[in-house]
Design a protein around this ligand. Sequence first.
Ligand code: TYD
Ligand code: MG
Length: 454
Amino acid sequence: MAKDLNFSCSECGAAFRKWSGQCDACQSWNTISESKALSSGPKGKSLGAIRGNAIPLTDLDTQEQEPPRTEAGVGELDRVLGGGLVKASALLVGGDPGIGKSTLLLQAAARFARNGLKVIYISGEESNAQVQMRARRLGLEKSPVMLASETNLRDILTTLEEEKPDLAIIDSIQTMWADNVDSAPGSVSQVRSSAHELTTFAKRNGMAVIMVGHVTKEGAIAGPRVVEHMVDTVLYFEGERGHQFRILRSVKNRFGPADEIGVFEMTGKGLAEVKNPSALFLSERGPPAPGSVVFAGIEGSRPMLCEIQALVAPSPHSQPRRSVVGWDGGRLAMIMAVLESRCGVPFTGLDVYLNVAGGLRISEPGADLAVAAALVSAREDAALPAEAVVFGEISLSGALRPVVQSENRLKEAQKLGFTTAILPQQAKQPSVEGLGLRHATDLAGFVEEVFGAR
Ligand code: TYD
Ligand code: MG
């Protein structure tokens, strides 16, 4: 045990118990001096006096080379990755079981392989035959992707060290089993140590690793969030089971913007990218109906229009129902409270249902005004003009706040044939040709102007 090593060599850093004229380690003379311990703390638990190597320091100005990236050639995927897959990085792709993670990654593997990367796909869940069957269904059986069905982490790392791939895909991290950890695969400690081993291996060997993680009911990647902290990029693959749309969302990205999304459609032949999601999300919209409002939203860097639907009906229950799909329930309660107390539009004794069409999940507060419009429209049984989009944030006082990227939202609306936009008043009003703007400063004014209600 390293105890009381209070002398160290200034040349090589070796630590000694007592002073001497020559360093035993590097043979230099007169380099040993008494030094304070590196850290203080209980003996045996702190770093003590032993010195490590000095790290070379640099300034902020020196340009380090950007890490090399490889594009998949699938726009929706590359954008979410921040412009391609970065060498020596670790990614986590989370999602509900059955949402299409294995399908997405097999397709991505084939793309990267075609673009010159050496790719190994390791499945801990399916046999080689099952993966090959999926590959045939996707028309990818001729892709130069190497395949293995294995869960033993030691064997996997040995193989990766020998093969030296550019990209390894681990499907899934919950099935991995490190033989030095004394618990079952899928347990927190197994997941944590497998992810740590794979991540450090990837960094050391210049390999990119993509790990699949199943999400628990509560939405956290099982084996708690420790894995999210270890990796460079965390992507979530989301979607509603009954819908064919799938959204790949970056929630953390050290090499690109977070909150960027890619939209895909699950077809009989795997995932197809959706280049114009607004058109797709609005394609199922019928003639103008009460309770239906088109929201001009922003997801990451791209504008996206979608339909918000509300239904308000007299409740047979003593406690009326409030049901939300695709939006935040707490936020809905807040907007109903503002409508009630600032605009005199009560919802007592009424059931309220809110739905974002197409299985989309919206989280930006910019949807407040569209939600309020849908609620009032449903309650008053008055449809909004069909060619109008709505966006804006509502504050508790009932005032409307402008939102980011108004101009992009308006341009997208204009591109899709809308002629009117209803938005909050703001200092520098954007203008888009062919689009009439209607401004409102507060919610009460908006309700009165649009619906003529109280
Ligand atoms: P999968 O990738 O196995 O999901 P995960 O790995 O996230 O558990 O995908 C499962 C679903 O995708 C399954 O219900 C079938 C469907 N699917 C298609 O609709 N088309 C296809 O071409 C493929 C391969 C799967
Ligand atoms: Mg799978």
